[in-house]
Design a protein around this ligand. Structure first.
Ligand code: SF4
Ligand code: SF4
Length: 286
């Protein structure tokens, strides 16, 4: 099976325990304005410009003053691939799932402190059969596995027996706010959180974004929703909004909509921690 990867590399204890080889799989069914990997959203990859690109590289006039205009870009990747050396590229490469598994197997000595392989995105469950194929084979190789998912795949449960560490990002408890901001309903995510928490451990990650979900009433809203889960099996982690992906939005020729958004204060994250702890949740920091 084939899979598209837009980024890969090691990190320590950020997306699962220990030293991990992290694969970012191309394609996401959400469109979060704060996404730090916007080049991973389009399922077939995004055209990206790099610094110093010559406007003349694009015969269709989609590059002006070194900036890509995604509205003018016709998405003709072959043309872009021919001009790769001239400052324009496709965000992802295509691999056979077996290539990923054998690369991971060759890297076993690097998986110290309980490390292994993590699949994140984009949204790694978008191509669920290929994901399960890799997870199964990694388990046969006795490699620790983790995924970070937005939790929206209706058949996520079918993959969980091959996942040692399951990280589910949960953006908003309110369906209307969720739809309006990230583009899809949260109904399946809530269902997955509830039913999976009955059978296994889940690390729930909540990105805190001022004006969207970081106010006190939101802490209460999250707590009420997550109280339907089996608390014994979940840990909660709060992530602060950051602008690490800002330049990549520009590289992809897409409008960055988080301009002027403030980072959350320490008080906000302490307030969330307090409210969650008071309601019996286990809070972690990675
Ligand atoms: S895909 Fe590349 S060559 Fe085609 S319009 Fe877009 S930037 Fe220009
Ligand atoms: S779910 Fe994650 S990868 Fe997808 S758009 Fe949102 S932040 Fe980006």
């Amino acid at each position: 099976m084939l899979i598209k990867v837009f980024q890969k590399g090691f990190n320590f204890s950020q997306d699962g325990p220990g030293n991990r080889l992290v694969y970012h799989l191309q394609g996401c069914n959400m469109n979060c304005p704060w996404c730090s990997n916007p080049e991973g959203i389009e399922k077939d990859g995004s055209i990206m410009v790099t610094e110093g690109v010559d406007d003349a590289v694009c015969p269709n006039g989609a590059i002006s003053s070194g900036m890509l205009d995604s509205k003018l870009c016709r998405g003709c990747p072959k043309m872009c691939l021919q001009t790769l050396h001239m400052g324009i590229k496709l965000s992802c490469d295509t691999y056979h799932t077996d290539e990923i598994v054998s690369e991971a197997a060759r890297s076993k000595s690097m998986f110290f402190s309980g490390g292994g392989v993590t699949f994140t995105g984009g949204e790694p469950t978008l191509n669920l059969p290929a994901l399960i194929d890799m997870l199964k084979k990694l388990k046969q190789e006795d490699i620790n596995t983790a995924i970070e998912t937005n939790g929206s795949h209706p058949d996520l449960a079918s993959a969980t027996e091959y996942i040692d560490h399951l990280i589910i990002d949960f953006k908003h408890y309110d369906d209307d706010r969720h739809r309006k901001t990230v583009g899809i309903s949260n109904a399946i995510i809530k269902k997955n959180l509830k039913r999976l928490s009955l059978i296994r451990k889940i690390n729930i990650r909540i990105p805190l974004i001022k004006g969207f979900n970081a106010e006190e009433e939101n802490a209460v809203g999250f707590v009420n929703t997550l109280s339907e889960c089996n608390k014994q099996n979940i840990t909660v982690e709060f992530l602060s909004f950051h602008e690490f992906g800002k330049s990549k939005w520009q590289q992809c020729g897409m409008e960055y909509k988080m301009k002027g958004y403030e980072y959350i204060s320490d008080d906000t994250s302490e307030m969330f921690t307090r409210i969650f702890k008071d309601n019996g949740f286990d809070i972690i920091r990675t």
